[in-house]
Design a protein around this ligand. Structure first.
Ligand SMILES: Cc1cc2nc3c(=O)[nH]c(=O)nc-3n(C[C@H](O)[C@H](O)[C@H](O)COP(=O)(O)OP(=O)(O)OC[C@H]3O[C@@H](n4cnc5c(N)ncnc54)[C@H](O)[C@@H]3O)c2cc1C
Ligand code: FES
Length: 230
């Protein structure tokens, strides 16, 4: 949880988990807090609480990573962990345009070390395959078995990946976003079904997602707790 004094406190994933105590977040500017973060410079004061919740569990096996947009940020430390395990990595990275394909160089470097594969898609066709990232994911799952799928990005994309994981009987780890306030499982802002996303998540498994099938990919809560479409 990153506190910007006088503005707000917002949840962020780590896009770098440094071995020597230096870590990083990657912030998309969407509103007041994220705009204020973009305006901060070196030496300004920020507050940090955490880390809270869980993370992806690296599996040494044949792994598929499906990420989109700013959802690529928390996938970079996962690719690092998988490369360190010498896992077989297939990365499917999607974005609306080429400019939004974050961390491509870093991921390419890591994946090439273990002889893995990267497929990129852009919705406007400006880089890689034209279309959405779930299309090559489905083709690859139809061709051969994977031990696990990891996903982070827009919830509609993750919902499609969830359906594919069910169809191809493949374990899934998906990182969800909900409004977070306390980060400690106390306030209920992030509740989805029986789960507090700040504490039980943000990464949920296929079986956990099945239990929230009436909300996942369909509904989220706004700041007042009212249900709105995802
Ligand atoms: C577990 C977790 C990890 C996250 N990791 C990251 C990260 O690594 N990098 C990052 O940039 N963001 C991340 N987010 C999202 C980030 O917390 C929100 O974008 C931020 O809280 C928005 O605050 P704001 O005050 O700038 O915008 P608000 O004023 O709260 O919202 C402004 C506008 O942006 C929209 N908006 C709010 N949240 C999002 C969103 N997530 N995506 C798109 N539009 C949104 C709102 O609907 C509203 O219209 C994460 C969220 C969670 C729950
Ligand atoms: S953010 Fe308060 S319970 Fe999750």
């Amino acid at each position: 949880m990153i506190w910007i004094p006088g503005v707000d406190e917002v949840p962020m994933s780590l896009s770098t988990i440094g071995r020597h105590g230096l870590s990083a977040v990657t912030v998309a500017e969407v509103g007041d807090a994220t705009q204020a973060l973009h305006q901060r410079t070196s030496g300004d004061l920020l507050g940090i609480r955490g880390p809270f919740g869980n993370g992806f569990s690296p599996v040494k096996g044949k792994t598929m990573i499906v990420g989109g947009g700013t959802g690529l940020a928390p996938l970079v430390p996962l690719v690092e962990a998988l490369a360190a395990l010498d896992a077989r990595i297939t990365c499917l990275l999607g974005a609306k345009t080429k400019d939004e394909l974050l961390f491509l160089d870093r991921i390419e470097q890591l994946v090439s070390k273990v002889g893995g594969e990267i497929v990129t898609t852009t919705e406007d066709g400006s880089y890689g395959l034209a279309g959405v990232v779930t299309e090559p994911a489905e083709k690859m799952l139809a061709k051969g078995r994977f031990d696990v799928i990891y996903t982070c990005g827009k919830e509609q994309m993750m919902y499609k990946v969830f359906l594919l994981a069910g169809r191809y009987n493949t374990p899934l780890q998906a990182s969800l976003e909900r409004i977070m306030r306390c980060g400690l499982g106390l306030c209920g802002s992030c509740v989805v079904g029986e789960f507090m996303i700040c504490k039980d998540g943000p990464v949920l498994s296929y079986d956990e997602l099945l239990k929230i099938g009436d909300e996942f990919g369909k509904l989220k809560r706004d700041f007042s707790g009212r249900e709105t479409p995802v």
